[in-house]
Design a binder for this molecule. Structure first.
Ligand SMILES: NC(=O)c1ccc[n+]([C@@H]2O[C@H](COP(=O)([O-])OP(=O)(O)OC[C@H]3O[C@@H](n4cnc5c(N)ncnc54)[C@H](O)[C@@H]3O)[C@@H](O)[C@H]2O)c1
Length: 240
């Protein structure tokens, strides 16, 4: 049980990759704080795992204040939204603001809220859910790609500045994973489908649990000398 004795806050824990992280982390002995805005799905997770649930919108000031009040050893900034694969010229201010608020600004504010407590207690681990779109320009739309590139930069900055205070910050970069995310918005007509011929082969889609396994490794002491790193969990998509 590699996370025994650790308290882990996981955002976006009601579905997909975050839910798989909650299951994996709980199985590895962590006390899980499952954070999401979907109260019904969180209730089901609590019934399954007996974990603590926090019904919060990660973009709210309340989310940062609530997490700051908990002793947290591991923070997984995992909640995220897609951008309907929309290109720049079709990206209006509302889409940009929404995607950046959830994918980028919320992790900034949650890290800022949680890090002082981690440092006070001698250290901790941040695991950010980046994306294949953190590493390439042709994996999602404009806003999502920008938001996930920024999240990777934030990961590395935290890793560099706070390493001497016992903080490790790393990221997983999932490829195409079977979750509900891609069905929450219809793809933009002028989006990635239009550029399908330029896409490298994605190959078979991955499972959320496969991402959770890697996040668990990064959160655990097995990765005690891994800091500022991004691990692709994409079946090789990034390599093709
Ligand atoms: N599925 C993929 O192919 C894929 C690929 C690369 C990266 N990712 C990333 O993985 C992460 C998880 O995505 P998923 O595929 O599990 O999607 P999902 O839609 O299944 O789950 C996302 C969860 O985040 C929650 N959420 C969204 N906005 C929120 C907010 N403002 N406050 C609180 N909760 C909020 C949703 O309620 C949902 O439970 C995201 O950051 C996503 O960008 C997913």
């Amino acid at each position: 049980m590699v996370l025994q004795g650790k308290t882990a806050a996981i955002t976006g824990a009601a579905s997909g990759i975050g839910r798989a992280m909650a299951r994996k982390f709980a199985a590895e002995g962590a006390t899980v704080l499952a954070v999401d805005r979907d109260a019904d799905a969180l209730d089901k997770l609590a019934a399954e795992l007996g974990c603590t649930v926090l019904v919060l919108d990660v973009t709210s000031a309340e989310a940062a204040a609530t997490l700051a009040a908990h002793p947290i050893d591991v923070l997984c900034n995992n909640a995220g939204v897609l951008d309907a694969l929309t290109p720049l010229l079709d990206t209006d201010d509302a889409l940009w603001d929404q995607v950046l608020a959830v994918n980028t600004t919320a992790p900034f504010k949650l890290c800022r809220a949680v890090l002082p407590g981690m440092i006070e207690r001698g250290g901790g681990a941040i695991v950010n859910t980046c994306s294949a779109a953190s590493l390439s320009g042709g994996r999602a739309g404009f806003a999502y790609t920008a938001s996930k590139h920024a999240l990777l930069g934030m990961t590395r900055s935290v890793a560099w500045y706070y390493r001497d205070q016992g903080i490790r910050a790393n990221a997983v970069a999932p490829g195409a994973i079977q979750t509900k995310m891609q069905f929450r918005q219809a793809p933009h007509a002028g989006g990635m489908a239009k550029y399908a011929d330029y896409f490298p082969t994605i190959g078979p889609q991955g499972r959320a649990a496969q991402v959770a396994d890697v996040a668990c490794f990064l959160a655990s002491d097995a990765a005690s000398y891994v800091n500022g790193e991004v691990l692709s969990v994409d079946g090789g998509w990034n390599a093709f």
